[in-house]
Design a protein around this ligand. Structure first.
Ligand SMILES: Nc1ncnc2c1ncn2[C@@H]1O[C@H](COP(=O)(O)OP(=O)(O)OP(=O)(O)O)[C@@H](O)[C@H]1O
Length: 334
């Protein structure tokens, strides 16, 4: 496989065989003891992609798209049904023990810390598990404590920490053994905007200082916009977009959203010639395609024909952009 990539995935497929029962109840349960019906779920359908060292890659998709299944295969937790995967020279499901020492995982919704113990104790436990040399452990601990400003935080029992403080400790726990590759699963879920911003700042700092590659799985598009240069979108088990965020946005610079407020209720019939994104009698959001329409003319036309009191011209939001990929209105692999 290609030495320039930290992860290379070729034609990866994962099929789950799910036990099916037509009816509920004891009778149906008894019947399945003798005759089982199975349904095949193709969670990952022959996907291929690669990631370069030092990237912060967004790996996103709607619920049930196949993200967790793919990440579990990449981290050696699951066997695939077919395909090839190379993670830092290892085949994850065959070399799990070695690979585990070279990767880190942070789950926004699952803690690796011990509830009743201070985080510093969990860090020392990880030192033993990962056989981190004394000096590396001390240097990394000093680096993270100072970078994340958690000198006092690490000494308190985890149950007394705020979610933001706990997340910082989760990061330290996952990174003390200096893994070159870290999987982040919803790293900012439940955090307030300041803590989200702080966590994103630390991810970027660690990526810059240590060259750590991060794979970020998230439904928070703020994480993607702030952190990731490249994104891979998976939907129904297939990759529908795999390129830079910049190229993704380029598709949409030809479109503008006009948010209009009316002085009185408007009949939706009066807007029938427009591509309406939302409408509620006294306000509307209208999408204008600049390749087909002249923005200036459209605005003059609206102003003349409708009781407009306020009007704002906006770019398409990242949410709209990603939604159009999820809705399969756009697919592209770079
Ligand atoms: N152990 C399993 N057995 C059977 N089907 C499974 C199993 N794990 C996942 N699936 C199915 O595979 C598909 C992909 O699931 P997966 O958990 O990978 O999605 P996801 O993108 O991580 O979703 P979410 O954002 O909701 O976590 C779904 O249809 C799911 O129901």
């Amino acid at each position: 496989m290609n030495d320039n990539y930290i992860i290379e995935v070729k034609d990866l497929q994962k099929i789950y065989k799910v036990n099916q029962r037509d009816k509920s109840g004891i009778g149906a349960a008894f019947k399945t003891l003798f005759k089982r019906d199975y349904k095949i779920v193709e969670a990952v359908a022959n996907i291929s992609f690669h990631i370069q060292p030092g990237e912060i890659r967004g790996f996103i998709g709607p619920n049930g798209a196949g993200k967790s299944t793919t990440i579990k295969i990449l981290s050696g937790v699951l066997y695939p049904s077919s395909g090839e995967v190379d993670v830092m020279g290892y085949t994850p499901w065959l070399d799990r023990e070695t690979l585990v020492k070279r990767i880190g995982v942070v789950f926004g919704q699952k803690s690796q810390l011990w509830w009743d113990l201070p985080a510093i104790d969990a860090f020392h436990l990880n030192k033993m598990i990962y056989e981190i040399p004394d000096k590396t452990f001390k240097d990394n601990l000093d680096y993270f404590i100072s970078a994340l400003n958690i000198e006092d935080v690490v000494k308190k029992p985890v149950r007394q920490l705020s979610l933001g403080e706990r997340m910082k400790c989760e990061f330290v726990c996952a990174l003390l053994h200096e893994p070159p590759l870290v999987f982040l699963d919803e790293p900012t879920i439940g955090l307030d905007i300041y803590s989200k911003e702080a966590i994103r700042t630390y991810i970027k700092k660690i990526n810059k200082d240590k060259g750590t590659t991060f794979i970020v799985t998230t439904h928070d598009l703020g994480d993607i916009e702030d952190l990731c240069k490249n994104i891979t979108v998976i939907n129904n088990g297939t990759i529908t977009f795999d390129d830079s965020l910049e190229n993704l946005k380029k598709y949409f610079t030809k479109k503008k959203i006009i948010d209009i407020t009316f002085s009185q209720a408007v009949d939706p019939e009066d807007l029938k010639d427009y591509n309406i994104k939302s409408f509620n009698d006294i306000s509307a959001s209208i999408e204008i395609n600049l390749e087909e329409n002249n923005l200036r003319e459209e605005i003059y036309k609206m102003w003349g024909a409708l009781p407009v009191i306020d009007l704002n011209i906006n770019n398409i939001s990242i949410e709209e952009v990603i939604k159009s990929i999820y809705d399969k209105k756009l697919s592209h692999t770079g």
